[in-house]
Design a protein around this ligand. Structure first.
Ligand SMILES: *Cc1c(COP(=O)(O)O)cnc(C)c1O
Length: 307
């Protein structure tokens, strides 16, 4: 559930300028990954902001392209997961299905399928030995892999070297590796990680008198915010008056934060944004920055800034 006391601010200009920066730096095509509602930022808004900058979009399934009428931007759309073997819905929605069997490649040939090659993930992709059959069955002219390192990119190139294909392998994790850029890059996180700010006001601030909360945490001063685990919050870190502060205990719809001497009721508590990036929160949450973005964007009502 969302907390009406939390504001999720999404800077679409920042999303666009990140995309422009990636284009300038790599000089290859940019396929924007907007699956999962663009990591929670809002796929429709993000697609609108990026349409003039990117050369394609990537979604998880066909319904995501349909929901926001993605076809209207006249960019190729790749969709990973649909078990439908009828090419018509794909053609109607301007979507190219990602395939990894010869049967589907053949059935979906008219929708210009894109081959997915396994280089380590061991899902939604074919073995190197199957590439030849699938390329022929689907008249394939484009191939991808979901690579996590350069060794996997190399495996991908070896598996597909015999064919004339447009190739892409790199998500955000390989944007610093020119050898991974190939004909296009396919980032999600890098487009969004600096664009989200999540804030909530401090509603209580006091000097602590011995152990407090359910768990008996000990601080000099503490305060309360109206966000809890029901909204997806976890223990970790926040920013109050430009200082890192600990989120010391998370309850269902509230959380305790450690305070400095000057923090007051009404001060802004930043859960994500300003200097606090998804990576830092992810370290505290023992998860990925992608998961942090998705959870953070779901914490409160979203508001948008765009030119
Ligand atoms: C999600 C996804 C990406 C983007 O990954 P980031 O690390 O967020 O950039 C790229 N390619 C595929 C196939 C994906 O599923």
């Amino acid at each position: 559930m969302i907390s009406s006391h939390v504001t999720v601010h999404i800077d679409l200009d920042r999303v666009r300028s990140e995309a422009e920066g990636i284009r300038r730096r790599t000089k290859v095509d940019l396929i924007a990954v907007i699956k999962a509602d663009a990591y929670g930022l809002g796929a429709g808004f993000v697609a609108d902001a990026l349409a003039g900058v990117v050369q394609g979009f990537y979604v998880f399934e066909l319904a995501e392209a349909r929901d926001i009428e993605l076809k209207r931007y006249a960019r190729p759309i790749l969709s990973l997961l649909d078990d439908m073997d009828d090419p018509v819905p794909y053609e109607e929605l301007g979507v190219r299905p990602v395939v990894w069997t010869a049967d589907r490649a053949s059935a979906l040939r008219r929708a210009r399928p894109v081959l997915s090659v396994d280089t380590g993930q061991q899902r939604f992709a074919c073995e190197a030995e199957a590439v030849d059959r699938i390329v022929k069955a689907g008249s394939i002219d484009e191939a991808m892999t979901h690579a996590k390192d350069l060794a996997q990119v190399k495996r991908f190139l070896e598996a597909t070297s015999a064919y004339s294909l447009r190739r892409h392998a790199a998500g955000s994790g390989l944007l610093d590796e020119p050898a991974a850029w190939l004909d296009a890059v396919r980032p999600g996180l890098a487009l969004y990680e600096e664009a989200v700010t999540v804030t909530t006001p401090l509603v209580d601030a006091r000097d602590s008198k011995g152990p407090a909360g359910y768990g008996g945490f000990v601080t000099q001063r503490h305060g309360v915010i109206l966000a809890g685990y029901a909204h997806g919050l976890r223990q970790g870190v926040c920013v109050i008056n430009n200082q890192r502060r600990r989120i010391v205990e998370v309850g269902m719809q509230t959380a305790f934060v450690e305070l400095g001497a000057k923090d007051r009721v009404g001060n802004r508590v930043t859960l994500l944004g300003e200097t606090l990036r998804p990576n830092e929160v992810a370290t505290h949450w023992h998860t990925t920055p992608q998961e942090v973005l998705v959870r953070m964007c779901a914490m409160g009502p979203r508001s948008y800034q765009a030119k």
